[in-house]
Design a protein around this ligand. Structure first.
Ligand SMILES: NC(=O)c1ccc[n+]([C@@H]2O[C@H](COP(=O)([O-])OP(=O)(O)OC[C@H]3O[C@@H](n4cnc5c(N)ncnc54)[C@H](O)[C@@H]3O)[C@@H](O)[C@H]2O)c1
Length: 324
């Protein structure tokens, strides 16, 4: 069995391959090769945080995996990451364990890759300006995901903590070789963007509906609780909304739940699940003017698809530590 630490996962999971793995995994959901297994979420007493188990099966039973994840609310204040995660992979033929790997990098990569895949189907082909709202860990891979499917020429980044946006700008400009500018107001970034990614820990909208131009594509990945939202409900209501999974969206996607509760839209107004678009059953973007919104709460199949890709590359590159 192989153990892949965070650096190993990073090295063995290039973003363009991760984007393709996401498309394939969503396609398998649509064609039945991947059963839609439910995640289990347990509260850690005394209201300290959440413990999640995210099981998945892919390739018609060829591979099995589970991500184990903790979210401890007090961690950021104590200088520790909010989330810790481990991914396990088993052979679906023999049931033998194949790998354990760091789940933090994996989660960030698969979430960015999910948005990259959605952007490929939903953003305008000529989209070249990106706004990143929330310049943390996920914000970085959101930008990488988008840059792997469009020729991005300019990025504007906003964060509630200005120095976070500035570090993001210098890190990502160096990594991607494109201009990345930290801006002092979120609306300024959104109003100039063709593609907006929100990846914040905010519970309230992070820009105004008036900031959003016609033709914008939005990837909203930050909120996973029904009473929290980072996108203005008016924007959600006027957008063509694509979710990763309707059931999970109804339970967790505060951005949509709040818009529905305020009477601005109905669950019937959801345009599609992403798997329907990947499978060609529904069209992605149809006009240059429409506003499209991909709301993702993250599916377990994304973790296993990314883990399989990392494992294959790690074996080829001789990365990781063998465990007896
Ligand atoms: N959908 C998914 O699959 C998925 C996967 C992983 C994480 N997430 C969610 O993504 C969010 C971000 O996670 P992360 O790991 O990047 O956290 P992080 O703490 O590294 O980054 C979050 C950033 O958001 C900023 N922020 C908070 N409020 C803001 C506001 N109002 N405007 C602008 N910036 C603001 C913070 O200052 C911070 O820099 C979390 O809510 C997390 O639960 C979703």
């Amino acid at each position: 069995m192989l153990f892949l630490n965070a650096e190993d996962v990073q090295e063995s999971l290039p973003m363009p391959q991760a984007v393709e793995a996401m498309k394939q995994a969503f396609l398998e959901l649509e064609t039945g090769g991947a059963p839609a297994l439910e995640r289990a979420v347990f509260s850690v007493p005394p209201d300290r945080g959440d413990f999640m188990i995210m099981p998945s099966i892919l390739g018609g039973g060829a591979t099995i995996g589970t991500k184990l994840l903790t979210l401890i609310h007090g961690n950021p204040e104590a200088g520790r990451p909010l989330m810790h995660a481990l991914m396990t992979v088993f052979d679906g033929q023999t049931g033998e364990p194949q790998a354990i790997m760091d789940g933090g990098v994996l989660t960030a990569m698969r979430t960015g890759a999910g948005s990259g895949a959605a952007t490929d189907f939903l953003a305008r082909p000529d989209a070249e300006v990106v706004a990143i709202i929330g310049a943390g860990r996920q914000g970085r891979t959101q930008l990488e995901g988008v840059c792997s499917v469009r020729e991005i020429k300019q990025v504007y980044a906003f964060d509630a903590i200005p120095h976070a946006a500035e570090s993001f700008a210098s890190d990502m400009a160096a990594k991607l070789g494109i201009p990345v500018e930290a801006v002092p107001v979120a609306g300024e970034a959104v109003a100039r963007a063709d593609i907006v990614c929100t990846a914040t820990s905010s519970g309230v909208p992070v820009f105004s509906d008036e900031d959003v131009r016609p033709g914008t594509h939005i990837n909203a990945i930050g909120c996973y609780l029904p009473d929290r939202h980072e996108i203005p409900p008016e924007t959600v209501a006027r957008a063509k909304v694509v979710v990763d999974e309707t059931k999970a969206a109804k339970e967790e996607a505060g951005d949509i739940v709040v818009a529905v509760e305020r009477g601005l839209m109905d669950w019937d107004n959801l345009y599609a699940e992403f798997q329907e678009i990947v499978a060609g059953k529904k069209t992605g973007r149809e006009t240059p003017e429409e506003i499209t919104l991909f709301k993702s709460v993250g599916l377990p199949i994304q973790d296993l698809a990314a883990a399989n890709c990392a494992l294959k590359n790690a074996r080829r590159l001789g990365l990781g530590t063998r465990l007896a």
